[in-house]
Design a protein around this ligand. Structure first.
Ligand SMILES: *Cc1c(COP(=O)(O)O)cnc(C)c1O
Length: 360
């Protein structure tokens, strides 16, 4: 083996969340140490956005920099590794897009098949492109995400397939690692953490992760967790399922969350709350995050910032505190929402240098 090869194989072996958090995750001697270099995402200091939100100190955990562009990779790497360990030949999931992209990528990396069930017509272009190119069997379902999940649960039982939705405990375990990373980056847990909530898996994982960080001495306190939903898909805010969920933030367009009690406990026990924001507020935050900080997240991710801003304005949160917002996915997932309502001018003459001068 050449020296370069030895270094690259070590870099590969010593990467990803299974390696970095091996002492905190449910691994056995037989768990394959899969990695696409997920985790280790940056916590970006965001002073201009902080002023826009109305807080003194704001950090953005940019989960869009995971290998398939969303936090789903943290849970998926473990869920697929455990499925392989158990001898599964295929994994199955229902998805608004990001779970499908992640499941398809890790299944491809592990050399097994993936079957993904998507609500017909409501999946962002980038996510569909990923599922297709990673080689998943893409099945569209005539119904919402909630219907697709019910079908996936049913099929997984009937055909003994490894279901990798967030009802799979490995998903939640893998996702706890983001809370450890935030504590390690800040030297403690932040007083306030805001994140978008759809199925309720991620808020459950963060709360579990922060409590473990406290137990292990990685943190001396716990954050108040603000779970943010879109007004048209806010079952946790209403305390009841929503029959026809609708929002521009397709990743959180969920009316019947699969994880209910633990998600509610995360908000309640942490002294936090759930809050709903309008699609206009989500899109305003989406543009502000990009324009003020140079970070392009997907609309669902921007709900965290929109919700924090609304909570500060309503006096629901002590505004004099350090805050962290989770940006759950990359803006490149959903280019159509970014360019909707934008007019790009007609082409200019190739010699029209004065045109540029008039812009400044
Ligand atoms: C999955 C997802 C969410 C919602 O997470 P849940 O665990 O379903 O609550 C939010 N944002 C993005 C980008 C997602 O992919």
């Amino acid at each position: 083996m050449t020296e370069v090869h030895a270094v690259t194989t070590r870099m590969q072996r010593e990467s990803g969340i299974l390696y970095h958090f091996r002492d905190h995750l449910p691994l056995t001697d037989r768990t394959p140490m899969l990695s696409l270099h997920e985790g280790g995402t940056p916590l970006v200091h965001a002073p201009r956005l902080a002023a826009w939100v109305g807080v003194p100190e704001l950090y953005l955990k940019y989960e869009g920099l995971n290998p398939t562009g969303s936090f789903k990779d943290r849970g998926m790497v473990l869920a697929v590794a455990r499925a392989v360990e158990d001898g599964a030949r295929a994994v199955l999931c229902a998805s608004t897009g990001n779970t499908a992209a992640s499941a398809a990528a890790y299944a491809a990396h592990a050399g097994i098949r993936s079957i993904v069930l998507l609500p017909a017509g409501r999946v962002a272009a980038g996510k569909l492109a990923q599922a297709v190119i990673y080689g998943a069997d893409v099945v569209t379902v005539d119904g919402s995400f909630d219907h697709a999940l019910a079908l996936a649960l049913n099929a997984s039982r009937k055909f003994d397939l490894a279901l990798v939705n967030s009802v799979n405990p490995a998903r939640i375990e893998g996702q706890t690692t983001a809370a450890y990373e935030i504590c390690d980056a800040l030297g403690d847990a932040p007083p306030v953490l805001a994140l978008p909530v759809g199925n309720g898996g991620n808020i459950t994982a963060y709360w579990l992760g922060f409590r473990r960080a406290l137990e292990h001495g990685r943190a001396t306190r716990l954050p108040r967790i603000l779970g943010v939903q879109a007004e048209g898909a806010a079952p946790f805010v209403h305390g009841a399922p929503v029959e026809h969920p609708d929002t521009v933030a397709t990743a959180i367009r969920i009316g019947r969350p699969a994880t209910w009690e633990p998600a509610i406990r995360a908000a309640q026990d942490s002294g936090g709350a759930f809050r709903a924001v309008s699609d206009e507020a989500i899109l305003e935050a989406y543009r502000a995050i990009a324009a003020h900080e140079g970070i392009f997240c997907e609309p669902a991710s921007a709900a965290s910032v929109a919700g924090l801003r609304a909570a500060v304005r309503a006096g629901a949160i002590d505004a004099a505190q350090q805050c962290v917002c989770i940006l759950t996915g990359s803006g490149l997932k959903d280019p159509d929402t970014a360019v909707a309502n934008v007019e790009i001018g007609a082409p200019i003459d190739m010699n029209d240098v004065e045109y540029i001068g008039r812009l400044i």
